[in-house]
Design a protein around this ligand. Structure first.
Ligand SMILES: O=C(O)[C@@H](CO)OP(=O)(O)O
Length: 200
């Protein structure tokens, strides 16, 4: 009996490269969403949860269209956020990142991630398969939580648009990381959203 959670970053959104905060998926983002939807379509899903932002909602819709019995539901716990601020053990190289982030945003992010972990990383009875469509930092936080890395380590994890990360808990065992940022369903030209191109 295993509880699987499939963590998916939303597809690329329109004008993301011009710094636009949210919006509909770009043509490339729609293609990414269709391909992750194809990849997940053979699963007996119990739930599809998504961030309320449009790029995540549209990605979730592509998945839900292939699985009409499973409604896609918004969850504010999956909203984009900054999970922690600069702490004593955070390497100084990350300091510039926090220049434009307020204390209030960090407090809100910390509280949201605490609630998200309490809500989603709980054992469901029997076999369970849930998809969470969310944002880069949120997935980084879930992965960090599962591998029990120091808090600041979320900053060293990145996921591509519609990359697939899988975490799982077998009955009586701790959560484990099954796959991270698997891009096998995406052709090279659709592997967007990483800070650097993969060297291979
Ligand atoms: O802005 C970003 O880089 C990330 C942060 O989580 O968000 P998104 O996945 O929405 O692009």
């Amino acid at each position: 009996m295993t509880h699987y959670i499939y963590l998916v970053r939303h597809g690329e959104h329109q004008d993301a490269e011009h710094g636009v905060d949210d919006g509909p998926l770009s043509p490339r983002g729609r293609r990414q969403a269709e391909l992750i939807a194809d990849r997940l379509s053979g699963l007996a899903l119990d739930a599809i949860w998504h961030s309320p932002l449009l790029r995540a909602a549209e990605t979730a819709r592509a998945i839900a269209e292939r699985l009409p019995a499973v409604p896609a539901q918004p969850s504010a716990l999956l909203f984009d956020c900054v999970p922690t601020g600069m702490t004593e053990d955070t390497p100084a190289v990350f300091e510039p990142f926090f220049g434009s982030v307020t204390e209030a945003e960090i407090e809100a992010g910390r509280a949201q991630m605490g609630d998200a972990v309490s809500e989603f990383l709980v054992r469901k009875p029997g076999d369970a398969h849930e998809v969470l469509i969310t944002h880069n930092f949120v997935i980084s936080w879930f992965v960090r939580e599962v591998i029990e890395a120091p808090d600041w380590r979320w900053m060293t994890l990145n996921q591509a648009h519609c990359g697939l990360t899988v975490i799982a808990q077998k009955q009586g065992r701790p959560w484990s990381l099954v796959a991270h940022n698997d891009l096998g369903h995406l052709p090279f030209e659709l592997r967007t959203g990483m800070p650097d191109l993969l060297p291979v």
